[in-house]
Design a protein around this ligand. Structure first.
Ligand SMILES: [Zn+2]
Length: 164
């Protein structure tokens, strides 16, 4: 941990702080302001989703870019040491995320993953949530990398760890 960049350490700390991390609060506030009510961290659902809207059969995850290996730039900066350890850890996290999404889709949930970096852009976040909440939103199964394209926004696909 000592060799992390300040951003990585910050992301790491916000993960350790747990359930009420700032990115999740940003999403909660916006969802609430859009008139939707949700339940938090519903037990027994795959991946322990952050926001659950049972009546709409919709679920929102708020993923930290570092731990969930987002393809965005800050998340791609590798820690200087223990590269192999991190590579395996991130691969495992991504695999777990994908499995949770598949399980939820199969159970008939519509799932949106909001990345931490997207919570810093209110315009983009609003567009993403609006598309997700639109009655016409499609319900087919999508790979995590495709879902932003589904909602009409450019995707940043998870990259092989350390890849530019
Ligand atoms: Zn990101």
């Amino acid at each position: 941990m000592d060799r992390m960049t300040p951003e990585q350490r910050h992301t790491c700390m916000s993960h350790i702080r747990g359930k009420d991390t700032a990115p999740e609060w940003v999403v909660r506030r916006m969802v609430y302001a859009m008139g939707f009510r949700y339940r938090l961290h519903v037990k027994g659902l795959p991946g322990k989703p952050d926001l659950v809207l049972p009546r709409h059969r919709k679920i929102i995850f708020v993923h930290g870019c570092f731990w969930h290996a987002h393809g965005c730039r800050p998340a791609r900066r590798p820690p200087a040491t223990h590269k192999r350890f991190w590579k395996e850890k991130f691969a495992k996290n991504v695999q777990r995320d994908q499995q949770a999404l598949r399980d939820l889709w199969q159970a008939g949930w519509q799932v949106l993953v909001v990345w931490e970096c997207e919570t810093k852009d209110p315009g983009r976040l609003r567009a993403l949530l609006s598309a997700f909440f639109a009655p016409s939103a499609r319900t087919a199964n999508y790979d995590l990398a495709d879902q932003h394209a589904l909602y009409g926004l450019a995707a940043e696909t998870p990259k092989e760890y350390g890849e530019e």
